[in-house]
Design a protein. Sequence first.
Length: 94
Amino acid sequence: MSTYPNLDKYHAHRWVYSSSKTALNYAMMAFATELPDIKTALIHPGWMKTDMEGKDAPLDSSISAKNIYSLIADHTNKLPNKKLVSHEGELLEI
């Protein structure tokens, strides 16, 4: 029995990718703590149709990019500091 109940074989096989995301989350929080006067946020682009994610993904990359641009353009109102949000601006857990 795994000590990580949500860790299945699919995600375990992709440990390098997953650990890079964990490192990115840590780096964002460290940067935000070290430089509090600079707004810092991470934006999850969504499950997109790419070579990595496959053709079954529901989201076209152009839509994700448009949504991300909108978040950044109105970051004062749409991007909370030190948070992870979806490309649609929904707050996500790190």
